[in-house]
Ligand binder design. Structure first.
Ligand code: FMN
Length: 202
């Protein structure tokens, strides 16, 4: 069975993105193991000259490295991914490179109608940076709009059309992980390139 990390893109106590990942963890339990990862309590990225990373960041990197793929559920703050999520990605591309060639599925939930579409586009752009270089599943937005009304008291997603779409995308993600697993001719070189990328000459 595949083992995925589900990054909760919010650091707030109440988050419909956390609810979405909790729902996915339960709903897809017979197909994959999804382990939620919180981004709370990390210091703000400050580019330490010695590249000594906080222990929590090192632990996160090791867990992502070991996983078969990552699902990131992003809120949308001011038409972008939250600062707390960007902060984590900054840490996870500085002396550690767990996202390089890692399959990533992006989901998102927002209170409005657009379901975090702008934050998701923003996140895709970030994940394509030279020291992140994730394999982001293409053509695959899962946009959960009106997210405050989307779940019942048991945490079930109520709109059957949305459930069907999520099931389809998750099935695609399982395939995507298989396919990208075969594209391994440049993985070692890609890790090397990320580790030696230099913004001063790059
Ligand atoms: C400072 C701030 C900015 C926000 N900006 C947006 C926005 O640009 N688009 C949007 O749909 N919701 C916005 N929201 C509302 C929700 O925080 C947002 O829909 C979020 O995706 C909900 O996810 P969550 O339940 O996981 O926190 C904003 C809220 C705050 C406090």
């Amino acid at each position: 069975m595949k083992h995925f990390i589900g990054i909760v893109g919010a650091n707030s106590d109440e988050s419909t993105n956390r609810k979405l990942l909790e729902y996915m963890e339960k709903h897809f339990a017979d197909q994959a193991e999804i382990q939620l990862m919180e981004i709370r309590d990390l210091p703000v990225f400050n580019k330490p000259a010695d590249k000594v990373l906080p222990a929590a960041v090192q632990e996160m990197a090791a867990k992502i490295e070991k996983s078969d793929g990552v699902i990131i559920s992003t809120p949308e703050y001011d038409h972008s991914a939250p600062a707390a999520l960007m902060n984590v990605l900054n840490w996870l591309s500085y002396g550690v490179y767990p996202f390089v060639d890692k399959p990533v599925m992006i989901t998102g939930a927002s209170y409005g109608t657009l379901g975090s579409s702008r934050a998701q586009a923003h996140l895709r752009q970030m994940l394509d940076a030279p020291e992140l270089k994730a394999r982001i599943m293409p053509s695959s937005e899962f946009l959960l709009g009106h997210s405050l009304q989307a779940f019942d008291e048991a945490g079930e997603l109520q709109d059957t059309a949305q459930v069907q779409r999520l099931e389809g995308l998750f099935a695609d993600f399982l395939q995507f992980v298989e396919i990208t697993g075969q594209l391994n001719n440049t993985v070692a070189a890609d890790k090397e390139a990320a580790a030696h990328f230099n913004w001063k000459v790059g």
